[in-house]
Design a protein around this ligand. Structure first.
Ligand SMILES: Nc1ncnc2c1ncn2[C@@H]1O[C@H](COP(=O)(O)OP(=O)(O)O)[C@@H](O)[C@H]1O
Ligand code: SF4
Ligand SMILES: [Mg+2]
Length: 338
């Protein structure tokens, strides 16, 4: 891979949840209270090359948003480091210093992420004016350019967010991010809150932006099918760890990790402009709590291939050829038997 634009090195994030009722009672009775943390992200390393789109997939609660926020520089890691264009984004434990503008974020919910009291034009112009990317005199034309880029009418600038549909609001959120002239976008489930019929339209917007602007992207979704057509490579996350990463085609045609296999057991639902389908995949069983993750391989309680060592030894990410890596003790053996 060429020099990475985004480099994530052994990054972890722990959250300190409020003391539980059980702990309070134990404390009141004089018992020992063991301090437990939510291990939202647990030693993740990955790289994204300039202009590359990396899909990040896993069930709700596995740590995708937390990782995305650390990459975008809006959440400090507990340990490890994120570098963007060779420079550290944040140091562990410290609060955001000067927020980087090179990575912008598009959030899941365009209803919550746009200030309802501001006109769309002001929403899009706010960041660029603060960071002096545009003068007041040029702001109007600047905003019109970005609104057009995301498929909205320039006249949208005069209106308020509530006058737009969910899909249009997400386009406004994308215009706001692009107006900061970022080199990279972290898109956190950008279609998850939209009607199924609108999801394909907004995904097509990302396909076009990718083509026309050559942006580096981390594209997060809990559905493998959603990231398939926008991603060069895909990373699969389970309970805070990356369990498989590699080229999108290889992952979809020949998944190695049992969790990826389970995610892929899915039903086609959406049709994109290029004629391809987008699939959705509910998976059996529940994600264990990140407060007390299972020992060994985190997936062993749900894995049909689990052996005794899976309950004890943590599987490292190991190379599987062609730039692919999988964190499973048995992926070679499973590939031969399935
Ligand atoms: N600010 C927070 N405080 C405590 N726990 C959190 C916080 N943010 C996320 N978590 C927990 O961290 C885990 C990962 O969350 P998140 O990154 O939002 O996952 P995902 O985006 O994959 O759904 C979850 O168990 C979630 O409840
Ligand atoms: S290490 Fe074991 S439990 Fe984990 S995915 Fe592989 S076979 Fe399943
Ligand atoms: Mg999330």
């Amino acid at each position: 891979m060429s020099e990475p634009f985004i480099a994530v090195d052994a990054v972890s994030k722990r959250f300190d949840p409020r003391v539980s009722l059980g702990d309070q009672i134990a404390g009141a009775l004089g018992g020992a209270v063991e301090r437990r943390y939510v291990r939202a992200v647990d030693g993740v390393s990955l790289e994204v090359a300039p202009g590359e789109v990396l899909g990040l997939v896993g069930e709700s609660g596995c740590g995708k948003s937390t990782l995305g926020r650390m990459i975008a520089g809006i959440l400090p890691p507990t340990s490890g480091a994120v570098r963007v264009a060779g420079k550290p984004v944040m140091s562990p434990g410290r609060h955001p210093r000067k927020q980087t503008t090179r990575v912008q974020m598009v959030f899941q919910d365009p209803y919550a992420s746009l200030d309802p009291r501001m006109r769309v034009g002001d929403i899009v112009a706010e960041g660029p004016l603060v960071h002096r990317l545009v003068t007041k005199a040029d702001a109007r034309a600047y905003v019109a350019n970005w609104l057009t880029m995301v498929g909205l009418d320039a006249g949208a600038a005069q209106r308020y967010p509530h006058q737009f549909s969910g899909g249009q609001r997400q386009r406004i959120a994308v215009a706001r991010a692009l107006a900061m002239r970022p080199d990279a976008l972290v898109c956190d489930e950008p279609v998850a809150s939209l009607d199924v019929s609108i999801q394909a339209q907004v995904l097509n917007l990302f396909l076009r932006l990718r083509r026309e602007l050559g942006l580096t992207m981390l594209f997060i979704s809990h559905h493998l099918g959603v990231v398939r057509h926008v991603s060069d490579r895909v990373a699969i996350m389970y309970l805070g760890r990356i369990v498989e990463i590699g080229g999108a085609n290889a992952i979809y045609s020949n998944p190695l990790h049992p969790y990826t296999k389970a995610l892929l057991a899915s039903v086609p639902q959406l049709q994109l402009e290029d004629g391809s389908d987008v699939a959705f995949a509910p998976i059996q069983g529940e994600l264990p709590s990140p407060l007390s993750p299972p020992p060994g391989c985190h997936f062993h309680l749900r894995c049909p291939f689990a052996e005794a060592r899976c309950r004890v030894d943590i599987p490292d990410l190991r190379p599987a050829g062609d730039g692919r890596w999988a964190a499973c003790h048995l992926f070679e053996k499973i590939a031969k038997t399935v």
